[in-house]
Design a protein around this ligand. Sequence first.
Ligand code: HSE
Length: 427
Amino acid sequence: MKPVGVAILGLGVVGSGTYKILRDHKEFYRRTQGIDLTVECVLEINKQKALDLGIEEGRIYDNIAEVVSNPAVDIVVEVIGGVEPAKSFVLAALHSGKTVVTSNKELFCKYWHELETAARRTNAGLYFEASCVGGVPIIRTLVDGMQANVIHSLTGIINGTTNYILTRMTREGSGYQEVLKDAQALGYAEANPSADVDGYDAAYKLSILASLAFHTKVPLEKVYREGIAQISGQDIAYGDELGYVLKLLAIGKFDGNRSIEARVHPAFVRKDHPLAAVNDSFNAVYLQGDSVGDIMLYGRGAGALPTGSAIVSDVIYAATHGEAKYASFKNTEKAEVGVKFVTDFRSRYYIRFTAKDRAGVLAKVAGILGKYSISIAELVQKGEDAESVPVILITHETTELSVRSAVGKIAALDGVESVDSVIRVEG
Ligand code: HSE
């Protein structure tokens, strides 16, 4: 039986989950995979954490040099997160020819080119299933399950924290700040929630997923990003009345040639869209391939065992495949010359503004929309017997720049007090 030695860097939530899976499934993998996986060592400064998991003292290291010089270690699992020291540790492992499995989306999306170059130099494997959408095998699906297809679109709910917050705002009619505080107390959101609520986490993941789906580098700086902090409970409620659910979507589109769009922002989806039913901290990715049609993957995007599942699956893949598999495209630092990133993307739009309830105001608004060739699909005026009232309109498909220009003009109209929200409507 082939012995395979694993080192785990970091015994946080994911590292501990990974250790437990490897420990508890040892016999199962011997039987089903024909490999004998052993955790040779862990790198963890908090020794007690490792001892509490039952790891022998001699296997608990406190520096990376010990890990990479251990000849019994074949695969290094990096689950520290963030850029440093994770990057130096991963490079040290790759330079010494050890395969790396990582869950680190930020490191991977920012330094993929550098890491892959180092891996290719020593023919080491570099696997990252756990970096995107936790336990959902989206990367394996893209690179091993859908490679027959030209993938034209990828639409995902790929951040569990924001999906949890939006789900609760929808169910309870509560405000963003109130739900965020509660989510922090319950451990669903970090004390500093910015990476999740401002859309960075989803943007890291979309940069990786869109690159794989569209076979060209989609650098982080080409991903348009908006978070959920400005979302009001009022808009969620109005959207609900009109048949929509609000989600933080990650959207990638490819025209089959050189044109790509990549964006993360809140969006309304119709209640009958499959993504509308993805609630709480669950994640899902909806893909459209030219041969297979539509596919949706759904599951847990975070957590010790779900993310550990993705890591150990990569460990098994690496241990059972002789040759490492790298990106299917020229993995340059920046996008390849000739690739065009669309910024004036097309969508439908929900626009809410507050207007004086008097003759002619809506006519002026309609006039501005008409001037920018924006067609109204639905229009609702709320409130009665008030001097100023909220007006909600949903447009037919139009372009981002037309809407931005029109909204600027509408906000300046006599009779319009404020444009309160502009939210894209997708799906
Ligand atoms: N913080 C992420 C989320 C999980 O809320 O989905 C890890 O990427």
